[in-house]
Design a protein around this ligand. Structure first.
Ligand SMILES: NC(=O)c1ccc[n+]([C@@H]2O[C@H](COP(=O)([O-])OP(=O)(O)OC[C@H]3O[C@@H](n4cnc5c(N)ncnc54)[C@H](OP(=O)(O)O)[C@@H]3O)[C@@H](O)[C@H]2O)c1
Length: 333
């Protein structure tokens, strides 16, 4: 049986290019005793995997070529000798950008019955859990406070804003186009949204946050973090989730000015986190997010691409801001 795979062919010099990847076909690897074979249904393209191609900026370690591009995906078990994971089980795992992968049952999450598998790439997957724990456990917003989030129309960002609304906060999103701003306000109920590419961004942000900012959920770092620092209230919290403004380059900028002076003067807490820090609480978060989706309080935005061959283009486009919500690549039905 044939396995189509997308390999990292070269490490990007400057911006990522489609030609940094190559599509190959090889024989499907046979699972050993105790392993299972998973057929990929779909996977998510996420900004953080670009950091993995930079090496030093990522917890993932040194990047390398000639390997399958990594991603979290959902798939169906098609060969198995494991009774907890029989043939036909739908699972969440590190499928990578390929049609088939051999997995250890310890590395699989069996999806809940009756739940749409694609939800495990968005709200019930890594990005949804990142939004949930990063906001609620690290940012700790209280009802009535102002929450600002960057990359707000992206996968993590659009979920952060919605969770903050559910918790009774005022929400201000920052994103890269007026179309995205309108969508956040009109469809996701954000109180305001500001385009960081607008020449008046700093003034527009000030106008959109008349009571200052209590929690800033930082997906971007860079200039937007620099601007947020000046809007934070005394006792404010900054959740450092990621640095997407510095991923698609070989020469990331130094951090913004004002650290630590502004943090000291306003007793601001700035804290990084990895979603895996909260792995023992994934189940309770999943229960709550499912309830929000079923009650209509939480909208799922996905942005779908069809076919494995389209993944490199889809990734380059995501880094340029082409996605709204979670970008998913459909591999098989
Ligand atoms: N800490 C954790 O455990 C954890 C886990 C998962 C993800 N993350 C982080 O979460 C963040 C969001 O990831 P995601 O997968 O949800 O990606 P995403 O937000 O869906 O996609 C990336 C978005 O970043 C924006 N962007 C690109 N270049 C930018 C720049 N120079 N300045 C500002 N915005 C820029 C683009 O939107 P615009 O049109 O708005 O520019 C693009 O749509 C990333 O930083 C990622 O590393 C962290």
């Amino acid at each position: 049986m044939e396995n189509k795979q997308v390999l990292i062919d070269s490490l990007p010099e400057g911006k990522l290019k489609e030609s940094d990847y190559k599509v190959v076909k090889s024989e499907v690897t046979k699972p050993k005793q105790g392993e299972v074979l998973v057929k990929t249904i779909s996977f998510a393209i996420t900004a953080g995997t670009r950091a993995g191609l930079q090496g030093s900026a990522s917890y993932a370690g040194a990047p390398t070529t000639g390997i399958v591009m990594n991603s979290t995906g959902v798939g169906e078990v098609v060969e198995s000798s494991d009774k907890n994971c029989p043939i036909g089980s739908k699972v969440l795992t590190q499928t990578g950008w390929q049609e088939y992968s051999v997995q250890s049952p310890n590395d699989l999450t069996v999806l809940r019955e009756g739940v749409d598998p694609s939800l495990y790439l968005g709200p019930l997957g890594i990005n949804g859990l990142t939004a949930y724990f990063g906001l609620l456990k690290v940012g700790q917003p209280k009802a009535g406070e102002t929450v600002m989030v960057s990359a707000a129309a992206g996968s993590v960002g659009h979920m952060v804003g919605q969770i903050a609304k559910i918790k009774g906060c005022k929400v201000v999103g920052v994103c890269g186009s007026d179309e995205k701003c309108n969508k956040l306000i009109n469809e996701l109920n954000f109180d305001a949204a500001v385009n960081y590419k607008d020449a008046n961004f700093r003034q527009n942000l000030k106008d959109a946050t008349p009571d200052g900012v209590d929690v800033y959920f930082d997906n971007t770092g860079g200039m937007i973090l620099g601007s947020a620092l000046f809007r934070l209230n005394t006792g404010g919290r900054i959740t450092c989730c990621g640095v997407v403004s510095q991923y698609d380059t070989n020469t990331p900028e130094p951090g913004p000015k004002g650290i630590p002076g502004l943090l000291v003067n306003k007793s601001i807490r700035m804290q990084g986190f990895l979603v895996f820090d909260f792995a023992d609480k994934y189940n309770e978060a999943t229960d709550e997010i499912i309830e929000w989706i079923q009650s209509g309080q939480f909208k799922v935005l996905t942005d779908e691409v069809d076919g494995l061959d389209e993944a490199p283009k889809g990734f380059v486009d995501l880094l340029a801001g082409g996605n709204i919500g979670t970008r998913i690549v459909n591999v098989s039905t």
